[in-house]
Write a protein of this length. Sequence first.
Length: 311
Amino acid sequence: MSTRIVSGTAHHTLAEAVASALDAELAACEVERFPDGELRPVVERVRGDDVYVVQPTGPPVGEHLVELLLLLDACRRGGARTSTAVVSYFGYARQDRRGRAGEAVGSRVVADTLASAGADRLVVVDPHTVALEAMCAMPVEMLTSVPVLVEALAEETPDTAVVVAPDLGAAKLAEHYAGRLGLPVAVVRKRRLSGEAVRAGEVAGEVAGRPAVVVDDMISTGGTIEAAVDVLLAHGALADVTVAATHGLLVGTAHDRLERLPIRRLFVTDTLPGCRERAPRVRVCSVAPLLADAIGRLRDDEPLDALMVHG
């Protein structure tokens, strides 16, 4: 019995880095694409092995999700002893409840489908909702990249700074950052108008005359960050803003929105591909050591508490 890493096409670089950190072998895997877009993955020589399929479900979300499901099924049919889905970014996590009648609960549907495809366990990094664990029939290991990002932030964050949650949903996350950095916390109150438009109003906490460190679990279109920074500046915060987020989707108008803001540095991780460092503003921190540590502990039947999301 051995540990094998299977890489989907969503983020081969991350899968290679995880395998290297574990000193584990990447399983031979080929994803054939038919002219109509249909996928047919083939995974070789995994019989009797504990397999970890590394495949974030970022854009294009549907295609990467279907590929993950087919990879899990291929591993099961190939005789893998266990199959773990290592989904560094879990698409559909924001759809964790119905906002109105007739809506689907997307995260529950995806969780059920992963289990049906053969996943024995799910490993995710900073999911948008901790309720994800309750939706899954399989064990879920919810890792956090906060220590990874804090290590980078600590190198250049002044002790006069304030950690800011751009909305109430990020308040606990901001407290986690602030506790590790030894800084106070402020929270921006916002109201979402649409998928891209956000209106922010008041700030709870003292931000006047301070540089701000705005933290969130993800940056999608940049609307939340833009609204939060505008409000912070209106309340007297210094035009010296740092932003940290685990998942840098940066879709649509995100780059243009962030470019116009007084952001000195943007910290993200490599849970998703494509967020290249553009000195001096963007710094990408790798979660490969975090994922490798988690897989090693699972392999050795050791607890993951020190690596996980709390609260």
